[in-house]
Design a protein around this ligand. Sequence first.
Ligand code: DHB
Ligand code: FE
Length: 279
Amino acid sequence: MAEVVAAICTSHVPAVGVAIDQGRQAEPKWAPYFEKIEALRAYVEELQPDVCVIAYNDHASAFSLQLIPTFLIGVAAEFPPADEGWGPRPVPTVPGHPELAWHMAESLILDEFDMTIANEMPVDHGLTVPLSVMYGQPPAWPCRVIPLCVNVIQYPPPTGHRCMMLGRAIRRAIDSFPGAERVAVVGTGGMSHQLQGERAGLINIEFDLAYMDHLRDDPEAAAKISHTELMREAGSEGIELVMWQIARGALDPAVHEKLRINHVPTSNTSNGVLVFENV
Ligand code: DHB
Ligand code: FE
């Protein structure tokens, strides 16, 4: 049977992707962040997951307000990097895993999660930046990827609790797949940041660090943080943190924290990385 081997949570800041693509990682502005990220790259190199299920949000790249899927699963054989206004990122096409993705779609829908199914979809920085953060600049991505796209752009997004329950359903789906795949479930976005309005630039490190503890020790309680509290404490885009609940939900109630990184700021964001494994 396939197996969930880790939950990996990471911010998905587009400027981090640009810094990697333009070879600026050693510049004084970026070096302190990329030095910290080495620990994640070493962890992922040792873990070598066969598949990453990546919970991320599309930022009006694949979908406009014409179509707003709350939860979507990508079942294609590959997903091209999206053009976000400056041409697609110069990163490899993202290889899918149609067999596992269709199995997950069936399992999740029969488990009463009404997934949208995408046979064709470009993927934006929400998905490609975490891959770059985890793997650097390989000629081809070393794992297959199942995009799990979540609406956090147009109100109302799903609750943290719903996301945690989806994570648990993803675990059941992976556990019941007759393959030998070792799967990492990746939650992206956050931590605190606000890109717009009067509070643009908001960062709340105390909240972010407490949220990391909370997610590790009491995910049920973390899942009950309301949208209003998340936005008040972590900013309007901090609501992306509900996607970390999907990764956490895919593990057992008790986890080991394998890695924690916080770097403030990258671009406008309090950048966080958090890795858990089952005890
Ligand atoms: C930034 C962060 C994000 O999560 C995003 O989607 C876009 C921009 C930023 O910090 O600039
Ligand atoms: Fe984002």
